[in-house]
Design a protein around this ligand. Sequence first.
Ligand code: ATP
Ligand code: MG
Length: 330
Amino acid sequence: MAPKKKPVKKKNSGRVPLENNAKPEDLSTLSKKELNERARKFSKQYRVTDGDKFQLKKYSTIPDVDMGPEEKPLIKQTLQLGVEELAELQDKMYAQDKWSLLLIFQALDAAGKDGAIKHVMSGVNPQGCQVTAFKVPSAEELDHDYLWRCQKNMPERGRIGIFNRSYYEDVLVVRVHEPLLQAQKLPEKFVTEDIWENRFKDIRNYEKYLYRNGTKILKFFLNVSNKEQKKRFIERIDNPKKNWKFSTADVNERNYWDDYMKAYEEMIRNTSTKESPWYAVPADNKSYARMVIVSAIIKAMIDMGLEYPKVSNEEIADLKATRKILIDEK
Ligand code: ATP
Ligand code: MG
């Protein structure tokens, strides 16, 4: 076990300031086109495009609009609209059967991964979506390369796949805790100081390969502050209904906060690409995080140019003939 380090609080120096007490907008009167344009603009501010220069401290953990109790109905309505739009897009993607969408969620504990997944997918036809949670690898999984267990769970065409954790754990927790790398049973000659750079390169190539084969990947880092994580852990202890979620091991991981932040920063810097971007989602407010996520998914799906399959004139004639047979049935 690595020696324990003192917990260090993350500074929120990069937070986006509230401008004139900005409020969420009423979106109910907007046309679909305008709504989609809002989703695009809203999510853009959290999409990582600065590659090599990416710095986590420049991304806020808190919303940049007022999320007080007064705004609750508006936020609820915005989320509802987003989920409905998402469901419609997913229906088209399923019918078209060409693209698949992979949503990767990475975060420290209590950042709200589970809730975000549950909410975002609440309107989607369960037939068109599959969720996989990646835990500590089993003995069988450790007998393979780290992408193996993920490849087995890639979404089929037309479907949305959700990874609750992913191969990115292999450049995060495995990087922070040296013994986990040893447990991967790699030939010694590959365990060098270049291993993380090499993994980033392999992941970039892997995601490029997937994209060229019709899998769009969006990656969400739920960016929670040290203070908010502490608050949520205490809530899990104080609320009997949340006790089952609490784990002392998760609290111990707080001792490695700085190491995790460094690992996340390097990972995002090295693996955010135009085709498969990372979103650094402010996660101190759960509703806000969900709005960012839904917007990013809508943007990506619109960019796919999804359409219901076109029916040929011949097929229309067939449909009409069949309709007549049904009507004439005695
Ligand atoms: P929840 O706690 O909400 O159920 P979770 O995703 O935290 O969800 P856990 O079973 O608590 O699920 O934790 C999974 C653990 O597995 C995490 O600590 C994660 O870092 C670890 N893990 C995932 N992939 C790997 C890996 N490749 N090597 C080592 N540990 C891993
Ligand atoms: Mg956990």
